[in-house]
Design a protein around this ligand. Sequence first.
Ligand code: F6R
Length: 613
Amino acid sequence: MCGIVGYIGKQKASPILINGLMRLEYRGYDSAGISTIEADGLSIMKDKGRVKNLYNLEGINDLKGTIGIAHTRWATHGKPSKENAHPHQDNSKSFSVVHNGIIENYNELKKFLIDNGYKFYSETDTEIVPNLIHYYYTNNNNESGKMKFLTAVKKACSDLKGSFALEIICKDFPDNMVVVRKDSPLVIGKGIDENYISSDIPAILSFTRNFYLLNDFEYVFLSRDSAEFYDKDLNKIDKETKSIEWDATSSEKNGYDDFMLKEIHEQPTAIRETIGAKFNENSKCEFDGLDFSKDYLSSLNRIYIVACGTAMHAGLVGKNVIEKLCRIPTEVDIASEFRYRDPLIDDKTLCIFISQSGETADTIAALKLSKEKGAKTLAISNVIGSSITREADYSIYTHAGPEIAVASTKAYTSQVVLLVILAIYFAEILESDSENLVKLKKEILELPKQVEQCLQLKDKIKEFAKRIYQEKDVFFIGRGVDEAIAKEGCLKLKEISYIHSESYAAGELKHGAIALIEKGVTVVGVITEPTLVEKTISNIQEVITRGAKTLIVTNQKVDKSMFDTVLEIPETNPFISPVIATVPLQLLAYYISKEKGLDVDKPRNLAKSVTVE
Ligand code: F6R
């Protein structure tokens, strides 16, 4: 979590830094700060609260420095406060540092530094970093110039356990900056006589399309017109830039009130782009970079799909399709649990990791474990060059474009589409059920149009949102793949409306949770599984009997008079119905949040990219 930005060039740094932070606020937004190199040394300005508060700080407009670092925080160690906000400095104010990640052994290092006379003024793990760098810098009489700076950073980083992306400026180097990362994202954008640094690409996409992607423990010594790269032992290495195709306007709101609403409406395009040229009605599926054979797929003992949150919900849909089309046992795991449960992995296991950002710490850790145990690993991400795609044996991409709102929408539907195409690709290699596969492919090509149709339901959904926005509890139920849809609708609602919601397999409700159903409680029922319509309706009937208000999302023939509100969505193959059935649930969460006057794009306590375990 946390977002970091840096600038080194000829322009005034502070507006560029604050502008970049605003675009990174989705990564955390409880405090923010910048440090620039001024004529009289390092300046620091920081405060509790949103990035925009920085504009109110006295003296911020007087900063003239053309080199600076900046940070927006999502608190891990220490409450949100000015003292705990980044940047942090060493005691002599020679180094300013911003940090994304967690230093796990900070207590031990803090003790070491205190024993060596250093004092601490914040509750953060980060404050040890500038002091440790200072310690190694002042105790090095063998080197001078940039190697002295780099060696101090390298020695400090070698002591750190955990994850970090660091930007460091030093008063002795008024024209330079050092950056490094380990398990936390950091990219460098190359301009003309200037370099931009950021936690992610969209924040600096309006300045450049050319990026250097850093690997763990690569150190960069930056000047205005150059970026020198060093490996973990400080040997110089070469690095090429990568050109990014997203354009800057795709990270703007384009007239929508919020990014979430814009991203919900971008789903037809995101799905179209994700399908891309992977198949047409008459051709087999193809994925650039995948070369699975029939022998390999037939030899698999199981597939694990591992992810967090919404991405994990996409995995549940993937499991349904892979098992039904390929008959390969497939398990879905929450990444933060996976590696602690001693999973059964060997060289006959394929592990698929889904992550929109490609930077989720739990997912990356699960991937590393699977590799160690001999599995082949396949990453599904929305971000080319993200950490997960660099760790995995194979990577395939959703093409949803930058997703800025914390609540994932277009990334989810694109992940589902990609997983279904992947399942078809496997099934074609395994030579199973070709007639149905052709039909399914045709239905996938219809999805963008069908999502458009679902978006037309928004007035009806808004009306329902107005009726229930003050409620305390909402239940989401469904059977089969409809349970996976219910889970995703439920997560969307709770994260952006703060209404307590639960999702259940419809048939499971009567085994306990039905005790919570009383007059007026809202139950959202999802009915798209043709073989389970009657069973689900019986379960909904059970809650109606107990006074529940019901909203139904369905593409099946149901007696509409039974329910309060019915949202009719287009009919499609049950494998892909989650793509269209989730759209009304996204809109429901959105409009409820708006009715409550909440910040839809930046819900409390959450961050877009969860780079801590
Ligand atoms: C919810 C949401 C999160 C993410 C989860 C994984 O709307 O966005 O649950 O899905 O944090 O993030 P990624 O996909 O970046 O690994």
